[in-house]
Design a protein around this ligand. Structure first.
Ligand SMILES: [Zn+2]
Length: 134
């Protein structure tokens, strides 16, 4: 199984594999994931569907959050499943050093950016940029 990921319900960016973060963007690999049935796991995302050893299966749909985003919005329980990420958890153009959000306004700003990128950048270009930065 290759890399895959889900988008944070707060900011809209993917749960980033810890292999694809910088010191600034490390927060993007710290995740909180929940299932409709009340399962909840926290930890570092590895890019292969595992949160500190918990394997996210394909049969369940997970609500995924960056831990930072989840805390800022008041740690909601499961609301809806997250969408699969086009960047597969490797990051997209211009997000290698994305700083951690500190306020609800920061999350809104990130969300606005992800929407813009969805409309303008082909996903493949983002993946290639991520690889180049290694
Ligand atoms: Zn987020």
């Amino acid at each position: 199984m290759g890399f895959f990921s889900y988008n944070c319900l707060g900011c809209g960016y993917s749960l980033r594999s810890h292999h694809f973060t910088s010191d600034n963007s490390k927060w993007m690999s710290k995740a909180v994931v929940m299932t409709k049935r009340g399962g909840k796991w926290e930890g570092v995302y590895d890019g292969y569907g595992r949160i500190d050893g918990h394997e996210m299966g394909f049969s369940q749909r997970y609500a995924c959050w960056h831990k930072a985003c989840h805390q800022i919005v008041g740690e909601p329980e499961f609301t809806e499943p997250s969408a699969r990420s086009e960047d597969q958890g490797m990051g997209s153009k211009g997000t290698w050093n994305l700083p951690e959000p500190k306020t609800a306004e920061d999350i809104e700003a990130l969300r606005a950016r992800t929407k813009e990128e969805d409309e303008t950048a082909p996903a493949a270009a983002g993946v290639l940029d991520g690889l180049t930065l290694l």
